[in-house]
Design a protein around this ligand. Structure first.
Ligand code: NI
Length: 192
């Protein structure tokens, strides 16, 4: 597939996305303490990798870095340039970066079908909080807080789980969870 990031000045490097059962995905990530150019470059490369995948969120452990940060864009569009061309144009960019996020004020309940770049081909309904407040830092270390609901809220909860070594199938019934874990382990063995 041709990768196009048209109308988008952010050029980055494509990073390798780790897939389950890579041990980095089940590790609790550590706080980001250094706010420097290296951190900014990492976030740009993570956004670039996320848009190319394509996905709406990507957490640092998913690219093998066990640090508390994730990137997301729940607004961008992706359109095929011509039918069956395999080429896409991305637009309406709204990239977000969350460093050292802390979720508070969890309210309500919402069920949404989730997927994950680290768990290929699995899509399942997951129960999350409907409305949350998130405290986080930007790449300069400045503190922010936002209220989130709907897809943004769900995506933040999903990505924040990655920082705690939790993947979305961990949120399913134990029967479903073991079924999908076996499936993922088998798929990875066949690939390697
Ligand atoms: Ni994920």
């Amino acid at each position: 597939m041709e990768k196009i990031l048209e109308d988008y000045t952010l050029k980055g490097k494509e990073l390798e996305i780790r897939t389950y059962p890579d041990p980095v995905l089940t590790k609790v990530a550590t706080e980001v303490t250094e706010f420097n150019d290296e951190l900014k470059e990492l976030c740009i490369n993570m956004l670039y990798t996320m848009y190319n995948a394509p996905g709406i969120g990507l957490a640092a452990p998913q690219i093998g870095i066990s640090k508390r940060l994730f990137v997301m864009d729940v607004d961008f569009t992706r359109e095929e340039t011509a039918e069956d061309s395999g080429e896409y144009v991305l637009g309406n960019f709204n990239p977000r970066i969350f460093v050292n996020p802390v979720i508070k004020n969890k309210e309500g309940e919402r069920i949404y079908q989730e997927g994950c770049l680290s768990l290929p081909d699995i899509y399942e309904d997951v129960k999350r909080f409907d409305h949350i407040t998130v405290d986080y830092q930007d790449t300069d270390g400045n503190a922010h807080s936002i209220d989130a609901e709907e897809l943004l809220s769900i995506c933040i909860q999903h990505e924040n789980d990655h920082l705690d070594g939790i993947v979305f199938i961990d949120r399913l019934s134990s029967l479903k969870k073991s079924f999908f874990k076996k499936k993922l382990i088998k798929a990875k063995k066949q690939k390697s």
